[in-house]
Write a protein that binds this ligand. Sequence first.
Ligand code: BGC
Length: 334
Amino acid sequence: MKRTPIIYIILVSLFITALGFSFYFYKQSQQFDRQITRGISAKEDLPRYHFVLIGEEMNHDYWRLVGEGAKEIELKYDVFVEYVGPQRSNPEEQLKLLDIAIKSKVDGIIVQALSDEFTPIINKAVKEGIPILTIDTDASESLRNAYIGTDNYLAGQLAGEALVESMNGQATVGIITGSFTNAHHQLRVKGFKDAVEKVEGIEIVAVEESNITKVEAEEKAYEILNEHDNITAFYGTSSYDGVGIVAAAKSLNKLDSLYVIGFDPLTENIQLLEKGDLDAIVEQQPFEMGYKSIELMLDIINEKSVQDTYHTDASIIRVSNLDLWKSQRMNPHD
Ligand code: BGC
């Protein structure tokens, strides 16, 4: 007689427990659904194209500007620019990053092509259907779609002409180049030589390599100054060569009688120009290179016709046009 209520109690408890479980699993499945939906829409929110930009030195003002140019245009065109590169110049690492970008099958690669070693890897990418732009330094023999950056030969010529003009066609010159093997430095030296060698009063007595470091630029300039007592001018092809040359000449008390022309208006170089330690600087357009490279890559993807080469401006900053240069920098659209 007494067993009936117990059975009822057990049945009711089982029913309530089953109800609890059903409710719990229903809620769980709802949550999974939400997660899946979120995952799908997150994918839809991804930018349309993924480009990789590979620079020479992340820890350098010049390359910071290239990156800023590329990043500025990202949102306008719904692209994601993955900006990568070694901290300090390291061509092997750049090649590795290029290889990784190809294996990741990104939509486009923008790379500084330092030497011939880049050509087969660039060709491999193009053959696999990944468009390639070279930036700052070209690999013109490769299958790359186009180049954007300074005409490095012309920039060297401009430097040579500036030196000839300031020295009234009379100078004994030492050259510090960032690297003997990097294509852009070779062109900057060649352009310079071609511009000065036709002037009778100019003689180049030494060319040394700084390995793109201030310290080596200073060491090499010091050696040159000691070996050639009659040097009256120096030309440096990479951003910090001017700084190294000035330091060496200062330590030997030879700076006052020396004309020095270098590359890139980094803050340190502008300060030396203001003090009269540097005499002239070749300016390039890194921000514009980065910005335009993305537009160009989109044109290639959209099968618009593009030129082989897009040269950005190179010009000379001297003490005489420094104020104008500064005011234009503050109001770039004047
Ligand atoms: C060159 C770049 C280089 C940078 C820093 C610039 O003058 O155009 O190729 O990476 O200096 O060395």
